[in-house]
Write a protein that binds this ligand. Structure first.
Ligand code: SF4
Ligand code: SF4
Length: 412
């Protein structure tokens, strides 16, 4: 038997990593300094040295089954100390960008949303869909259009029912794509961690209840506090901007659901009861919404400034995809706030187009979740959950009553 193992490099994978900002990968000579200085690397499974080697060798399947890729927060500490300037932090970022495309279906949408032109086209296409629905709605209901007379009220431009239909359909599609991507990712990292294939019954398949209680809740708590992010040295300030942006999203998500219940459901059930949009400025839902919008703009501005500064200092590179997402989130916050201000001032001719643009930006951000860097929210959360779960499975403390694939029993 040959003592050598043949390696079949996936050259497309190497090219994909290099094109996505990991063009320094081949400089690495495996000194392991990066794994030593990384504040998030673990003793059991140090990174990013091994990922640099796998990426150089084009071992796509090894990398796709490697949960550690997602435990990196691209702080740049490793890149700052790398004696070969191989920028391992950027290489891991490029590997993640490729993984997002790999798990996204349809790929054409992932390719479209990976460029600024694609993002702008999607915003415009979303606006056209909204316009089309508004026209149909005005035709069916006989309401005035395109710029309704009188005070600015956005529900005159587009009633709550068609808007809910558009966005709930979009949310359903995004949830389905996200679910498919995350389950395939879970399967790959299960194999990578030696837990077998989750869906063939050779590895413990977590039951939903215990998985949620034992692993999802602690992982989410850690993410909400950004505990790991705060350990990063070279770009520790990034945690602040991330935290603001994350909490802004949470607030805006809660506000959207409350507003839907308040204005769309109660407002339609009891038309004369005062439950209708626009909500009064002193309404707690409105106050919370405005706080969320300001936090979103402030958080994304902090991220933008930090990224510019760290790119200038050479701590990490910022790819076009990083900037696309930053500008899209910024556009959502600014158009939302501007639409409210123009409505309050009563400038109809600017208010309605701004609101229309806002709707296009929001729809594009929805779509961006499983297809762009925004998918870090999905895969990194899954990686946090999996890391805990896999550790318990290996220690024999998880599996929820199922047989583990473990070591073969010794024969006596
Ligand atoms: S990336 Fe740099 S620090 Fe890490 S192993 Fe390679 S040469 Fe060493
Ligand atoms: S970028 Fe930061 S978290 Fe990622 S591998 Fe390097 S040191 Fe570790």
């Amino acid at each position: 038997m040959s003592e050598y193992t043949k390696i079949k490099p996936d050259l497309d994978f190497v090219k994909g990593v290099m094109d996505a900002g990991g063009d320094t990968v081949n400089r690495c000579y495996q000194c392991a300094t990066c794994s030593i200085v990384c504040p998030l690397s673990t003793e059991d499974s140090p990174f990013p040295r091994k990922e640099m080697l796998w990426a150089q060798w084009g071992l796509a399947s090894k990398v796709s089954g490697d949960v550690d890729v997602w435990l990196c927060h691209q702080c740049g500490d490793c890149s700052a100390y790398c004696p070969r300037d191989a920028k391992p932090g950027d290489v891991l970022g490029a590997i993640r960008a490729n993984a997002i495309k790999y798990y996204a279906e349809p790929k054409s949408l992932a390719n479209l949303l990976s460029t600024s032109k694609g993002i702008i086209s999607t915003v415009i296409a979303s606006m056209v869909v909204v316009l089309f629905v508004a026209l149909i709605w005005s035709f069916v209901t006989g309401e005035s259009w395109p710029i309704p007379k009188g005070t600015v009220e956005y529900h005159k431009f587009l009633s709550v029912i068609p808007i809910d239909i558009i966005y709930l359909s979009l949310a359903g599609f995004v949830a389905w794509v996200s679910y498919k991507g995350v389950t395939r990712f879970w399967e790959d990292i299960s194999k990578g961690a030696g837990l077998g294939e989750s869906y063939t019954g050779t590895a413990p398949r977590p039951a939903l209840g215990p998985l949620f209680k034992e692993y999802v809740v602690p992982a989410v708590k850690e993410i909400l506090a950004h505990e790991r992010f705060k350990k990063c040295g070279a770009a520790a300030e990034r945690a602040q901007g991330h935290l603001w942006t994350l909490w802004a999203f949470i607030i805006l998500f809660i506000v959207t659901n409350l507003a839907m219940f308040y204005a769309d459901i109660l407002g339609n059930l009891f038309p004369n009861s005062g439950f209708h949009s626009p909500l009064a400025l002193y309404n707690p839902i409105k106050i919370l919404g405005n706080i969320g919008a300001v936090m979103l703009i402030a958080g994304i501005w902090m991220l933008k400034s930090m990224r510019e500064q760290k790119t200038e200092e050479g701590i990490f590179k910022s790819s076009a995809q990083d900037w696309n997402l930053i500008w899209l989130i910024f556009a959502v916050g600014v158009t939302g706030l501007a639409a409210e201000i123009f409505r309050l001032i009563g400038i109809r001719i600017i208010a309605y187009p701004t609101y229309w643009l806002h709707l296009g930006c929001v729809a594009t951000l929805f779509l961006a979740l499983p297809f762009t860097k925004f998918a870090h929210l999905l895969y990194r959360t899954t990686a946090y959950v999996f890391q805990r779960y896999a550790a318990d499975v290996k220690a024999g403390e998880a599996g929820f009553g199922m047989e583990l694939p473990g070591e073969p029993e010794e024969e006596h």
